[in-house]
Design a protein around this ligand. Structure first.
Ligand code: PGH
Length: 244
């Protein structure tokens, strides 16, 4: 089953206006012919990125509210992301689960609402180091997917497997570790719906960079990357090239 590769750039809480402008200029020079590319600036920069980044690159929010507009101080709604021209939103990132206590129930509400507004979603899952060391990686990933399994349509949802112990640490999962877990996730999804499992794309995230992207890209169940730190650097182009 050929799945179109997809690379996301999660800019996290980084960059000022000048940095955004420079990064967008660099992105506009990248060859995105054979790979879907989605970039996720912070909300305050999203409009300017939408106005300046060139197609086919699409723009994503890094999060959104669990409902629409209203008395939710500090939140950004899916409605507003769509209105600003975003096509995607990242949900369930481990940093949101950790720092902002987003649990599976809240994330189901967010996913359901974002999809209802026409956004495509990169849905993040992944285990902590102690969970991997206790051989609970698949249990954790399944527990994060189970509550949303009926919402996982390949046309509108991409799964990002991001082992928490690899995020921002420079300790990337080995190709063997990544492929094993991606395959286990896909095998679990096949128990939900075989056709969906064969078509849904699963990105790897966690210290992906130009050096390790080629070997990770060769893994049959890795369909792309969700890149943090390296998405702010010119090497982002090399990651795109590696998976395309
Ligand atoms: O959080 C990440 C990965 O971050 P790094 O590439 O910096 O490990 N993607 O959403």
């Amino acid at each position: 089953m050929a799945r179109k590769p997809i690379v996301g750039g999660n800019w996290k809480c980084n960059l000022d206006k000048a940095g955004v402008s420079a990064l967008v200029t660099s992105l506009n020079g990248m060859d995105c012919t054979d790979c879907e590319v989605v970039v996720a600036p912070v909300a305050v920069h999203l409009g300017s990125v939408v106005d300046n980044v060139k197609a086919p690159i699409e723009v994503s929010g890094q999060n959104c509210n669990f409902k629409g507009n209203g008395a939710y101080t500090g939140e950004v709604s899916a409605d507003q992301l769509v209105d600003m021209g975003a096509k995607w939103v990242i949900l369930g990132h481990s940093e949101r689960r950790e720092y902002f206590k987003e649990d599976n129930e809240m994330l189901r509400q967010k996913l359901e609402y974002a999809l209802s507004k026409g956004l495509k979603v990169i849905f993040c899952i992944g285990e902590k180091l102690e969970e991997r060391n206790a051989n609970k990686t698949l249990d954790v990933c399944k527990s994060q997917l189970e509550p949303v399994k009926d919402l996982l349509k390949p046309e509108t949802v991409v799964i990002a497997y991001e082992p928490v112990w690899a995020i921002g640490t420079g300790v990337t999962a080995t190709p063997e570790q990544a492929q094993e877990t991606h395959k286990q996730i896909r095998d679990y999804l096949a128990t939900v719906n075989a056709d969906m499992a064969s078509k849904i794309r699963i990105q790897y995230g966690g210290s992906a960079n130009a050096a390790n992207a080629p070997t990770l890209s060769a893994c049959p169940d890795i369909d792309g990357f969700l890149v943090g730190g390296a998405s702010l650097k010119p090497e982002f182009a090399d990651i795109i090239k590696a998976i395309a």
